[in-house]
Design a protein around this ligand. Sequence first.
Ligand code: FAD
Ligand code: NAD
Ligand code: FES
Length: 274
Amino acid sequence: MGFKIVKKRELIPNRVSELTIYAPDIASKARPGNFVILRIFPKGERIPLTIADKSPAEGTITIVYLVVGKTTAHLETFQVGDEILDVCGPLGKPTRIEKKGEVVCVGGGTGIAAMHHIAKGHAQVGNKVISVIGARSKDLLLFEEELSKFSHKVLVATDDGSKGKKGLVTQVLEDYLKSHEVKEVVAVGPVPMMKAVSELTKKYSVPTTVSLNSIMVDGIGMCGACRVSVGGRIRFACVEGPEFDAHEVDFDELMLRLRSYVKQEQISYNHFCE
Ligand code: FAD
Ligand code: NAD
Ligand code: FES
């Protein structure tokens, strides 16, 4: 028996969807920062997706995905009532959350949904959460309302200026860091964004955590696919992360590794579309 989809919301048509999946064992154990690995058919690829939210009372977890290639395009064809073959989790180390004061949570694009669970965790222990979210335009902004339920403020940036400040999340973040005493910054989103946030917070000496989206296969530390360099050491993001000290991460290597299979991914996607 698979894992039943109990709710589906198309957040951005043909681009980003949210699925609520009945998975009581995962929902009861999931903590902010954890992810799951899905396989949607017997010979299917295993893909990691962050647990964006959970409801232990209803036995459900929520995932939000950007349709980028074959498996996410296939997942997008699933509807309420359909079952996902395997959902493995919760995986990864949960976020280290302790009461410390003001925490700025930065999310870019689909990364906003993944950041949501972490930000909620910080708010639940009494930290003052400032959410900084960015997208190319206002139609691509996610979770603004959900974040506003527990954030002290939600600051918005759009590349085209259609909502909030015109520009990147880093511009909003820098304005904020100039005039506030921030204890920690957490960033989830495209790797160039996490790299830019890290360079900025280094300048302001603010401890920063990023959630790395390296390629993963087994998710339990056996295959080595997810290796990343942090502080000059090789670390396995699936079991030692996915969150790491941003100031120690080799983002350029991560970007190169993420492009390793672009040709094969394109062939696979074209084959799926035929
Ligand atoms: P493909 O065409 O196969 O790949 C598109 C790109 O996605 C690739 O170029 C590569 O950079 C990346 N990718 C491909 N396969 C994998 C893989 N097995 N593991 C990781 N990256 C891969 N995306 C979301 O939209 N929402 C999330 O909440 C989310 N959370 C993530 C959490 C973690 C811990 C990690 C590691 C990744 C997360 N991702 C998330 C990225 C997501 O896993 C990839 O977008 C997905 O695997 C793409 O699969 P595809 O077949 O559709 O695309
Ligand atoms: P996108 O490319 O549209 O970027 C969203 C926003 O991020 C931009 O509007 C901007 O504010 C900011 N940004 C992007 N590049 C930047 C840079 N160089 N400097 C400063 N700010 C920058 O985002 P998308 O197309 O929605 O892609 C989301 C990405 O997040 C995907 O690559 C996905 O794999 C990743 N993701 C990661 C995780 C994770 O766990 N790490 C979870 C979900 C999604
Ligand atoms: Fe295989 Fe991390 S995904 S070791």
